[in-house]
Design a binder for this molecule. Structure first.
Ligand SMILES: NC(=O)c1ccc[n+]([C@@H]2O[C@H](COP(=O)([O-])OP(=O)(O)OC[C@H]3O[C@@H](n4cnc5c(N)ncnc54)[C@H](O)[C@@H]3O)[C@@H](O)[C@H]2O)c1
Length: 314
């Protein structure tokens, strides 16, 4: 048997943000500073809400605890995560703990966090990937409105993340016919949007990718990318090279088109400070991504792939 989970309601497309009805006395959590969030909240036409705007990027469980300590006594009717993956993950965890409906509104289009049962938070300074169906949104609202004015680097890294998730998700051994259909459609939408300069279609592609990979998992590309992320390279940027060499290794049907996408987006070559051998040891511990990889991977394979990435042999 296969099971696919997704939010109960998905409102998407032009005007989804302003046409969605938001409950009164909801708590909005975001990373965005007041001048930015004020604009977003006005566009939502939301009334009678509470705001917590001190979520930090890559948030920790302490932030969730702060939100609950301050707002649980005020009995919020729902929690609204408004922002990138960081804001959504805080809303997911706090909403689950407070047992209130979760409404997730992404303002970056790459993590797919609004669609998944995953939640990434730091515990004792280390990022941890949690999975629980109680993290699922009751409602997700996807609107390309947020694309306008978003710094180019954020847009480019986010869409690369979405492409990597869709294509690795398709290849994952944990996938099924339904997730494969979603991942393939997601990449088709994203490829067309990137190659033909239609960024307004990134949110729809990212949404499809979120449901697809969120029910399948990502693979070798993501395992390789974490050693670069650990050295401060943005996630989407590290995936540009890592997912390409992983697709070559796996003989993925997406290898050529994924490479075209990263060439079009103009990502630079990556560098790695850690010695290859040491970095490969770290990659090999990532069973969560290596076990669902379509082909078995040895430490020697990983060393070679890391060398190829740094040499720009994609
Ligand atoms: N739960 C999941 O399924 C899942 C999946 C992948 C990643 N994640 C997590 O998501 C987090 C990363 O999320 P992210 O990449 O969306 O970034 P982010 O949420 O950390 O935001 C990065 C920065 O961009 C700003 N920002 C967001 N939207 C903007 C907009 N429209 N215009 C201008 N600035 C904007 C934010 O205020 C913040 O300063 C990480 O913690 C990652 O681990 C979660």
């Amino acid at each position: 048997m296969n099971t696919v989970r997704m939010p109960k309601t998905i409102n998407f497309g032009k005007n989804a943000l302003s046409e969605t009805q938001y409950p009164k006395n909801a708590l909005v959590v975001t990373t965005a500073p007041p001048d930015v969030s004020a604009k977003w909240l006005a566009k939502m036409n939301i009334q009678d809400y509470m705001l917590y705007d001190k979520v930090e990027p890559e948030p920790s469980i302490e932030t969730v605890n702060k939100v609950m300590a301050e707002f649980k006594p005020k009995n919020p009717s729902a929690i609204i995560g408004l922002g990138g993956g960081s804001s959504l993950d805080v809303a997911k965890y706090a909403g689950m703990e407070m047992k209130i409906p979760k409404i997730l509104i992404p303002t970056t289009f790459g993590t797919g966090a609004e669609m998944t049962t995953y939640c990434v938070l730091k515990f004792d300074g280390k990022k941890k990937l949690l999975q629980d169906e109680r993290f699922l949104a009751d409602m997700a609202v996807i609107d390309a409105y947020f694309m306008e004015g978003t710094p180019e680097a954020i847009v480019k890294n986010s869409v690369c993340d979405a492409c990597a998730q869709a294509t690795e998700g398709y290849d994952s051994k944990r996938g099924n016919e339904f997730t494969k259909m979603l991942c393939k459609s997601a990449f088709d939408v994203l490829y067309d949007a990137i190659m033909n300069n239609k960024p307004e279609n990134y949110p729809f592609g990212s949404m499809l990718s979120g449901v697809g990979f969120g029910n399948a998992s990502t693979t070798l590309g993501h395992a390789l990318s974490y050693v670069f992320s650990n050295e401060g390279v943005p996630h989407g940027y590290s995936l540009s090279s890592c997912t390409t060499v992983a697709h070559r290794f796996n003989k993925s049907i997406f290898y050529d088109r994924f490479k075209e996408v990263i060439e079009k987006l103009k990502f630079d070559k990556l560098t790695l400070k850690a010695p290859f051998d040491q970095a490969a040891d770290v990659v090999m511990t990532d069973k969560g991504h290596l076990d669902p990889n379509p082909l078995p991977v040895t430490k020697q394979d990983v060393v070679q792939l890391l060398k190829d990435i740094v040499d720009g042999k994609l």
